[in-house]
Ligand binder design. Structure first.
Ligand SMILES: Nc1ncnc2c1ncn2[C@@H]1O[C@H](COP(=O)(O)OP(=O)(O)O)[C@@H](O)[C@H]1O
Ligand SMILES: [Mg+2]
Length: 272
């Protein structure tokens, strides 16, 4: 069931003009509205991707459907989407929310880390796994992640990466697979330094190649009807294509590596 939004905290950076809200469960969510300036389909993409990534064992924020009521909008007239010269209010109804890792007053989340800190991210190996995922799902964007510190009792600890912004899997609003070789790459090669060969993409690569059909069925069933009304057939068709391309992922990764070999400085074995 959706969670009701209680309180607006602030607007976030980025093209979807997401807003950080507190929900009735006391957690905070970065919410993309159904009438965001990108497309309603980015919510569908986020939800499908989130279910699949959880199955694959990639680190993603918990996600929830967030309900925006008329009452919330009256209490928060500053919640708004800028579109051209216009100011739109979020549509009352159901939206997509990505949980903030903790309380925003206490946990700082970083969009970018300098290389020296990036190398020490505790789950850095996952960038290889998420590349396999992005290639498979046709993410037409660069890879994006946020980082926060896992505090130990002394108050310091390593950074941990959460994979975010899956709005442009399935080529965003287009629901097709242009397969440009550089799509899905992170903007710093540092995150691929741990890649030494095909084994670096495991266990995620095998999980994709052998992904059970039920995982996509389960994802489809979680999409609220109001997000795909009249588009059910188009969504089913693109998910069928996704299933059919599972085994192509090694070739897609290989094309990426050939296009940008310097992004994988420690990958010594020859290309396919
Ligand atoms: N779960 C999250 N926790 C903390 N910050 C987040 C989370 N999800 C997104 N953000 C922040 O919100 C910004 C916008 O989210 P993003 O998914 O990148 O949307 P857009 O499609 O607009 O680029 C990100 O750059 C990041 O700073
Ligand atoms: Mg983004």
């Amino acid at each position: 069931m959706p969670l009701e939004a209680r309180r607006l905290i602030r607007r976030m950076r980025g093209g979807a003009q997401a807003h950080l809200l507190e929900a009735e469960d006391g957690h905070f969510y970065v919410v993309k509205f159904s009438n965001n300036p990108q497309h309603r389909r980015v919510l569908v993409n986020e939800l499908i991707a989130g279910v699949v990534m959880e199955y694959l064992g990639l680190s993603v924020p918990a996600m929830r459907i967030i309900s925006i009521t008329e009452d919330f909008l009256e209490r928060h007239p500053e919640a708004a989407i800028q579109w051209g010269g216009q100011r739109l209010r979020p549509a009352p109804g159901w939206h997509w929310g990505s949980r903030y890792p903790g309380h925003p007053d206490h946990v700082t989340v970083y969009d970018f880390l300098p290389d020296v800190l990036l190398r020490r991210v505790s789950n850095l190996r996952e960038f290889a796994g998420v590349l396999a995922f992005d290639k498979w799902m046709g993410n037409a964007d660069g890879r994006q992640a946020v980082f926060f510190r896992q505090r130990d009792s002394a108050g310091a600890g390593p950074f941990f990466a959460l994979m975010i912004d899956q709005g442009f899997v399935l080529n965003g609003p287009h629901w097709d697979f242009p397969d440009a070789p550089l799509h899905g790459l992170y903007y710093r090669p540092t995150v691929y330094e741990p890649v030494t060969g095909w084994e670096s993409f495991q266990p995620w690569l095998d999980r994709i190649v052998h992904l059970p059909e039920e995982v996509l069925d389960r994802a489809y069933k979680q999409v609220p009807h109001e997000w795909i009304r009249g588009e059910e057939g188009a969504l089913e068709a693109v998910l069928e294509k996704l299933l059919a391309r599972r085994r192509r992922v090694p070739d897609l990764i290989d094309a990426c590596r050939r296009a940008r070999p310097q992004w994988f400085p420690n990958w010594r074995t020859p290309p396919l």
